[in-house]
Design a protein around this ligand. Sequence first.
Ligand code: NAD
Length: 464
Amino acid sequence: MDTNLDSISAVVKKVLIELVEERELSGNNSGIVETIDEAVENAVVAQNRLKKLSLDRRKEIIAAIRKAALDGNERLAALAIEETGLGRYEDKIRENILCATKSTGPEDIEPRSYSGDHGLTLVEHAPRGVIGSLTPITNPTGTLIHNSICMISGGNSVVFNAHPNAGRTSVQTITTMHDAIVRAGGPPGLIGGVARPTLETARELMAHPKVDMLVATGGRPVVQAVLRSGKKAIGAGAGNPPVVVDETANIRRAASCIIDGASVNNNIFCTSEKEVIVVDSVANALIKFMQETGKAYLLTPEQVEKITGIVVTSDRKINGAFIGKNVQVILKEIGLSIGEQYRLAIFEAPRTHPLVWLEQMMPILPIVRVANVSEAISLGVEVEQGNRHTAIIHSNHIEHMTRFAREVETTIFVKNGPSYAGIGLGGEGHTAFTIAGPTGEGLTSARSFTRARRCTLVDAFRII
Ligand code: NAD
C-alpha cells in the first residue's frame, strides 16, 4: 500500500514540476523570444529536462532536427541568399545537406572504460549546460544546424546570437529546428535566440551568469572576446588557406579541384582556397587547364589593377560590398561583362599582392609563381599567418606533402582534392561548420561540447 502511495506521489510530483517548468518557459514556443535573458532562462529549464530524457529520446530529437533541416533546405537557403546577399543558392543547398547529415550525433559521446588489476574505471561525456553560440554571416544556416545537432547530442541547450545582418535567416533556422524538437517530444527552449540579434545582445549572452560555455564562429575579434569572457570557450576563427601545387602534381586534376574549392559559395567558406602558390615549371599548364574548365576567367594585368582598386580599400582591407558576390557582379564594376558559366576570376600576382594576404571571401583568386617547392612551402606557411586553419597541396611527392603539413600546422590539411573535402564534402569523416583552430578542438563534434567525468570502482566489477 505504502509503495503504491509512494509511486503515485512521485508521479504527481514529476507532473507538477513539469507543469511549473512549462509555465516558466516564456515566449511563443518557437524558440524565439524578446530578450537574451528569457532565452537563457528557457534554455536552463530545457537543459534540465533533456538531462532526464533517455539517450534513445535524445537520438530521436537529433533525427528530427536532421529531417527538419533537410525538409526546410530550399526555403532556408533562399532566405540566406536573399538576406545576406552572400554565396550561391545551389552551394547553400549542399552546405545544409552536409550539416544535416554529417554533423556528429550522440554516438560521438560513447563512454570509455578501463579494466585492470585495480577494478574498473568509466569515463563519460557529460553536458556543459547552456551554451551561448555566436554565429557568422557567411553560414547563417549551416553553422546553426551543425551546432544544434552537436550541442544537443552532447546533452546541452543552446542560445544563438547570429550576425545582425543574418537575423531573419537565423530566426527561421531556429524556428524550423525548434518546431521539430518539440514535435519529437523534446523540451521547448532547447535551442533559442532573440528576434533581432545585435552586438549588444551578443555581449549580454557572453556575460550572462547562467551561460556555462561560449562558442564563437567568426573572425579574430569575436574569438578573442569569448576567450576573455572568463567562461569555458571554443573559438573557431578566420583563415587564409593557401594551396600549393608542385611539379609532381596531376596538374589537370589540381586545376579542376582548385576551381571547385575556391568558387564554392563564391569563396565565403573559411576553408576555401584563397591563394595559389605554384612551382614555375608547371604554372603555365595550371593556368591553361584552369581556363580549359570553362569556369575560370583569366584577368589581364590592367584588369587586375582596376579590380584590386575596387575590392581592396585604401587602408588595405577587403571591401565588404563585394564579399560573397558572383564573379560577374564584381567584374561589372570595371566594365567587364563575362558569361554565366564563369565561377571564378584568376590572375597572376606578385607575392606582395594584398589578395594573397587578405581573406578576400570572393571569387577572385591570385596565383603566385615560385622557383621551387621549398619556396612554395615557406610562402604557404607565411600567408597562412598562424591561423592554423586550412591548407591544401597538389603533389605526388610524399616528402613534399609531409613537409608542408608539418610546417603549416593547420587544423585541416587536404591533399589532391578541393578544400571542402576536408570538411567531409567528397572527403571522409564528419563535417563541422565550427572549426576550432585557435582553441584546438579541430572540427567540432558532439564531444567538443561536453565535459569528461571519470568514475573509478576499486578492485571489483571485472568479469574476468
Ligand atoms: P564576424 O567575426 O564579423 O562575426 C561573427 C559573429 O560574431 C557574429 O554573430 C557577430 O555579430 C559576432 N561578433 C563580432 N564581433 C564581436 C564582438 N567584438 N563581440 C561580440 N560579438 C561579436 O564574422 P563574419 O563576417 O560574420 O563571418 C566571417 C568570418 O568568420 C570569416 O573570417 C571566416 O573565416 C570566419 N568563419 C570561421 C569559421 C570556422 O569554423 N573557423 C566558420 C565560418 C566563418
